[in-house]
Design a binder for this molecule. Sequence first.
Ligand SMILES: NC(=O)c1ccc[n+]([C@@H]2O[C@H](COP(=O)([O-])OP(=O)(O)OC[C@H]3O[C@@H](n4cnc5c(N)ncnc54)[C@H](OP(=O)(O)O)[C@@H]3O)[C@@H](O)[C@H]2O)c1
Length: 219
Amino acid sequence: MTRPTILINFAISADGKISTVNRDPSQFTSAHDHKRLLTIRKQADALLVGRGTLEADNMSMTIPAEMRPARQPLRCIASRLGTFDLKHRVFQSSGGALHLLVTEPPEGYDPAPLEALGATIHLCSLEEFLRILFDDYGVKKLLCEGGGSLVRSLADLAAIDEVHLTWAAHTLFGGEDAPTITGGLNSHLPTSLTFELTHFEPLENGECFLSYHRTQPEP
Ligand SMILES: NC(=O)c1ccc[n+]([C@@H]2O[C@H](COP(=O)([O-])OP(=O)(O)OC[C@H]3O[C@@H](n4cnc5c(N)ncnc54)[C@H](OP(=O)(O)O)[C@@H]3O)[C@@H](O)[C@H]2O)c1
């Protein structure tokens, strides 16, 4: 599969959850966590989120000017049906070029209003989208910032190379239906993915930065 190197970044609670049962915005972490996210963002040629995360977290998907980014990464948003809110902050803020993936457009789907906002619309599969980003837009490194549903799709494709976590041990959500980094815990991946721990950094504030790198080649 032709694709960029794919990183994912999440904050997880003590019990490994990325949000609440109701998919509320994840506000349980700290300024340290936010700074680390921005540092990882700076390495990326493109950012990718699911529409659920874009809306829950009201994201603009940019790197603040004070961090002096060499350039803003592409802003990629995945949707099955393509029902984007044209008034969303991401369409009103300046930043990297917007690339919207729509994998299951309804009949007669009209991308023109989104194109009028400067976005490029890709009507294709997630796998094909990753290839296009690599081949046509020079995206070598892509950071997926969630949510669990989208990362589950990447995991199904065995398309995850690095996992970066802020383990927020000070927060215990509980609730077996709260999502994890690969969404709900109701089914297995088609094949196991193996990672090794490459970074372990406990902080004074009850959080711990963790990084894992993939150890096995793609099937
Ligand atoms: N703790 C953290 O670090 C962290 C990070 C990210 C998110 N979160 C939390 O996670 C929650 C959102 O989770 P979620 O699972 O609902 O979010 P999500 O994966 O961001 O969004 C789900 C939506 O994304 C689109 N999508 C997902 N997989 C797709 C695929 N394979 N192809 C095309 N489109 C796809 C679909 O959009 P359509 O409905 O438009 O078809 C789907 O409904 C929020 O509470 C957020 O705060 C936490």
